[in-house]
Design a protein around this ligand. Structure first.
Ligand SMILES: [Mn+2]
Length: 296
């Protein structure tokens, strides 16, 4: 049996700030199409280990839901899913019918990952009637890193080794949440984390998104790339934000050092407002007006 392991699709209507695509909808459609193509040409079942959709509200517009449903309709050997933290409003399964994941769940185009292995929706306990509990497969949406030295200090993250220790009966553990892919193998046991489907942050510019093809019989694990043009990822918005911060810092510094400052607070503000960006200038002008108003 072969599985195509994907996670963290983060499908969304709004284009991420780091993306320069002319047609964000088409970019997402092509990525989904490639994922489905990989599943079919390898005769694999598609397994999506959480975060199909992006907004933390769990809700995307119908066209995003339909974009996903129309593509997975072509999968020949079944699409299996579980909900990630982005899929459930307030991270609770009790809200599933308020979510876009719920639309997918009720569509009959997907099956539960509990049919293949031990699986639970984000934040939910593993169900008692877990049909696939004894297959040696575990599917879980939780933050895992390949090694202990990569663990961020302040997050609830664990290492692949810790995860293997938590599930001593698992031969394969498939994870979602960490957007950077890895595959760790230890004594014939595996942790496979496919990472994101498309780059959605500037620090992923040099990252190649993809999925894993896993053959449970031969134990072969193959990384397959999802085409995603690195030129479509920019950090320009970060520079713009930094420039803006630098201008505000310069203004504060001017005020602190008293350089070019008169004793008239209002004229100081008006002078300063000329040098800074519109939003702050407007804010200062409205404050000046408010101050004038309160005098009168
Ligand atoms: Mn995610």
């Amino acid at each position: 049996m072969k599985l195509l392991i994907a996670a963290d699709l983060h499908l969304r209507a709004d284009q991420p700030r780091c993306r320069l695509d002319d047609d964000w909808r088409m970019t997402q459609t092509l990525a989904l199409r490639q994922m489905v193509k990989y599943a079919n040409e390898n005769e694999a079942s598609l397994c999506i280990v959480g975060d199909i959709f992006h907004p933390l509200s769990g809700k995307v517009p119908p066209w995003v839901e339909n974009m996903f449903l129309r593509q997975i309709a072509k999968v020949k050997r079944g699409t299996f899913v579980l909900a990630g933290n982005h899929d459930l409003p307030n991270h609770s399964w009790s809200n599933v019918h308020e979510s876009s994941f719920g639309v997918v769940w009720n569509s009959k185009r997907v099956q539960a990952l509990t049919e293949l292995g031990l699986a639970s929706h984000f934040g939910e306990p593993f169900p008692d009637d877990n049909q696939g509990a004894n297959t040696g497969l575990v599917f879980i949406h939780t933050l895992v890193f390949a090694s202990a030295k990569e663990l961020p200090p302040d997050e609830k993250a664990i290492s692949a080794m810790e995860l293997l220790a938590q599930f001593p009966n698992a031969k394969w553990i498939f994870t979602g949440d960490n957007h950077r892919h890895f595959h760790v193998e230890k004594n014939g046991r595996h942790v496979v984390n496919p990472g994101c489907l498309l780059r959605q942050a500037a620090d992923f510019k040099d990252y190649q998104p993809g999925v894993y093809l896993v053959d449970l019989t031969t134990e072969e694990v193959i990384r397959l790339s999802i085409p995603d043009d690195g030129e479509m990822v920019t950090d320009a918005y970060i520079k713009t934000e930094n420039d803006r911060k630098a201008r505000i810092d310069a203004f504060i510094e001017t005020v602190k050092t008293g350089k070019a400052i008169t004793l008239d607070f209002q004229s100081n503000l008006e002078t300063a407002a000329k040098d800074i960006d519109n939003k702050v200038a407007k804010m200062i002008n409205s404050l000046v007006k408010e101050a004038n108003g309160s005098e009168g």
